[in-house]
Design a protein. Structure first.
Length: 358
C-alpha cells in the first residue's frame, strides 16, 4: 500500500498537525505487514540552487528487525552532500523507529527521480497458531508462504525469512531561472568587428609610444604606492557578534524540532569553542574536550564559575554527540541559554574595547 502526498502528511505521521511548512513537502507512505515506511522530500518545488532534504523513516512492530539501505556517493542523478543515520528509538505506541536523512544537490534544472528504495526486514516475533495466517508471502511460486511452517511439521525453520518493502520512485521538478528571457541580453547584437589594419610605416612609432606611456604609468603608480599610507584594514567583527549570528542560524535550522539532537549539540558546542578562540586565543576548535579542559584549567582568562559552566556544558554536549544521550526539552533549552549567557558574560567590556583601539 503506497500513498503519495504533496500537501500534507497522513494521519499516522507524527507531523500531522496543520502546518504551512508541509505545503512544500512530498510525502510517500508504504506499508507491508509489520513495517510502515514514510519518505519525505523537501522542498517540493526546488530550484537548482537549493539543497534537497530526503528522509526515510521506518516504523516496525517490536521483534521486527529493519535494515535501511546504505548510502553511496550518488542517489540516482542527485549528488549526496550529507548523510545522517539516527539510532533506533521507541515511539509512543510501542513501535521501533529508524531514520535516515540525505542532503541532495543537483547542478542543472529539469526533472529528477529519486529511485525506488529497498528496505529489508526480518520478522523474529514468535508465531502463534492464530498469527500464522497473517504471515507474509514474499515472491514464493504458487502463492506459498516461505516463512510459515508446514502443517505436518512442528519444527520451525532455523533461519528467519527476510522480506522486502520497495518504495515507489519520487519525481521532482527542479525549477530553472525565474526570468530566462534576461539571458537574451547576454547575446552579442552583431558579429565581431575586425580591427583596422595598421600601416606598416606606423607600427614601430606606435609601439615606441605605447612603451613610453606604459612605462610612465608604471612609474606613477609605484610613486603613488610608496607615498600613500597603507589603507586601514576593514573593521573586525567582534567575536560576540559572530557568536550571536551563529546562534540565530542554529535556531533557524530547527534541528530540535526534527529530533536531530546530535546535530544541534555539535553546532552549539562549535559556536562556543570558536567564540573562545576568537575572544581569548585558546585553540578550542582543534582540541578534544579533555585537552581543552586541561588548557582551560591553566588559563587565567576565565573565572572559576565560567570554567565550571563550560566544563558542564561541553561534557553534556559530548554525551549527546557520542554516547547517544537524549536530553529533554528543558535540558536543551538550558544548554542553549547557558551558551548565550557565557558569551554575554565574557564579552569585552567597554574599557577593554577602548584600550584595544588606542
Amino acid at each position: 500500500m503506497a500513498t503519495l502526498l504533496g500537501c500534507q502528511p497522513s494521519a499516522d505521521s507524527p507531523s500531522a498537525t496543520p502546518d504551512a511548512k508541509v505545503e512544500n513537502v512530498i510525502i510517500q507512505e508504504k506499508e507491508r505487514g509489520p513495517v510502515r515506511v514514510e519518505l519525505r522530500v523537501e522542498p517540493k518545488n526546488p530550484s537548482f540552487a537549493d539543497r534537497i532534504r530526503y528522509t526515510i523513516t521506518a516504523r516496525a512492530e517490536q521483534g521486527v528487525e529493519v535494515k535501511l539501505p546504505d548510502p553511496g556517493t550518488n542517489l540516482g542523478h542527485f549528488i549526496i552532500k550529507d548523510f545522517s543515520s539516527f539510532p533506533t528509538k521507541e515511539t509512543a505506541d510501542g513501535k521501533s523507529e529508524l531514520r535516515q536523512t540525505y542532503v541532495l544537490e543537483v547542478v542543472t534544472s529539469g526533472e529528477y527521480t529519486i529511485p525506488e528504495t529497498h528496505i529489508a526486514f526480518v520478522d523474529q516475533r514468535k508465531k502463534t497458531p492464530e498469527a500464522k495466517g497473517d504471515a507474509l508471502v514474499d515472491d514464493a511460486p504458487g502463492g506459498q508462504n516461505p516463512s510459515a511452517e508446514p502443517a505436518e511439521s512442528p519444527v520451525p525453520p532455523t533461519e528467519p525469512e527476510t522480506f522486502r518493502l520497495v518504495t515507489d520512485p519520487v519525481t521532482i521538478q527542479v525549477a530553472s531561472l525565474e526570468n530566462p528571457e534576461s539571458l537574451e541580453d547576454l547575446r552579442p547584437i552583431e558579429a565581431p568587428i575586425e580591427p583596422p589594419v595598421i600601416p606598416a610605416s606606423l607600427k614601430w612609432p606606435l609601439i615606441i609610444a605605447g612603451s613610453v606611456v606604459g612605462g610612465l604609468l608604471v612609474i606613477t603608480l609605484l610613486f603613488m604606492l610608496l607615498r600613500h599610507r597603507k589603507a586601514a584594514p576593514p573593521p573586525r567583527i567582534p567575536p560576540e557578534e559572530l557568536a550571536y549570528r551563529e546562534f540565530e542560524w542554529l535556531l533557524a535550522q530547527e534541528f530540535t524540532e526534527r529530533d536531530e539532537l546530535k546535530e544541534f549539540y555539535f553546532h552549539l558546542s562549535r559556536i562556543v569553542r570558536e567564540y573562545i578562540e576568537r575572544r581569548f586565543g585558546l585553540r578550542a576548535p582543534e582540541s578534544t574536550t579533555e585537552e581543552f579542559l586541561e588548557d582551560l584549567a591553566r588559563s587565567d582568562d576565565l573565572s572559576a564559575s565560567h570554567k565550571s559552566l563550560l566544563r558542564g556544558f561541553l561534557e553534556k554536549a559530548d554525551l549527546v554527540k557520542f554516547a547517544r544521550y537524549a536530553p529533554g526539552g528543558d535540558e536543551i533549552t538550558a544548554s542553549f541559554e547557558a551558551a548565550k549567557n557565557f558569551v554575554a558574560e565574557t564579552r569585552p567590556q567597554l574599557e577593554e574595547v577602548t584600550s584595544g583601539n588606542r
